[in-house]
Design a protein around this ligand. Structure first.
Ligand SMILES: N[C@@H](CCC(=O)N[C@@H](CS)C(=O)NCC(=O)O)C(=O)O
Length: 199
């Protein structure tokens, strides 16, 4: 399999952690494709011009990190990162959607901050910041106890919190959520997280 990736993309990190937790990381060849300076690097595999994109061994092309993670989860029965049915399945997928939404809002702020000051929208940044605050509060209300083997919801949550710390360190989104901070700290010690810390 080939994973088109940029080293600092949090969506890519989620896929890489999923591959490690599933025990299939050695089957994944990393292909550097940074879409910001060079959109052509990835449009051949993803018409949206975004990473991650995966080319499976049989030539199947997949994109959007939730789809790629579900594909990786299907490659081996154990550990199961997305429950196959029932309420547990929908809760994991919802948590992933929540964490990915936090990422989308955080990425929007990062991009806004990179624009010339006169072109920045304070309203967009404020809306995104508030969405992140509400999202983190919802994660804090629902995250499982520390020490559990992570499912895809936990992986996505850990990646989102890591990205907030990496790109928006001036805002302490976890200040009011000390239990979530402790949970995340324990999760971050796992080899899969330690091996994928963004440089
Ligand atoms: N929903 C997508 C988001 C992927 C995404 O936004 N990737 C960013 C890198 S962090 C990207 O490639 N952006 C390039 C662009 O928007 O042109 C996923 O989960 O895979």
């Amino acid at each position: 399999m080939k994973l088109y990736h940029s080293p600092t993309s949090p969506y890519v990190r989620k896929v890489r952690i999923t591959a490690i937790e599933k025990g299939v990381a050695e089957r994944v060849e990393l292909v550097v494709a940074n879409p910001w300076p060079d959109p052509a690097a990835v449009v051949g595999v993803n018409p949206l011009g975004k990473v991650p994109a995966l080319v499976a061994d049989d030539g199947l092309v997949l994109y959007d990190s939730p789809v790629i993670c579900e594909y990786l989860d299907s490659l081996a029965p154990i550990p199961r990162l997305i429950p196959q049915a029932g309420a547990a399945r929908w809760q994991v997928l919802r948590t992933q959607a929540l964490a990915d939404g936090i990422l989308d809002a955080a990425v929007a702020i990062v991009l806004e901050r990179r624009r010339p000051e006169a072109e920045r929208s304070t309203l967009s940044q404020k809306r995104a910041t508030e969405a992140i605050r509400r999202g983190v509060a919802a994660l804090a209300a629902s995250t499982d106890a520390a020490g559990d083997a992570p499912d895809l919801g936990a992986i996505a949550t850990g990646v989102a919190l890591g990205y907030l710390e990496f790109r928006l360190p001036d805002v302490d989104f976890l200040a009011a959520h000390l239990a979530l901070r402790a949970w995340w700290s324990a999760l971050s010690a796992r080899p899969s997280f330690a091996a994928t810390v963004p440089a």
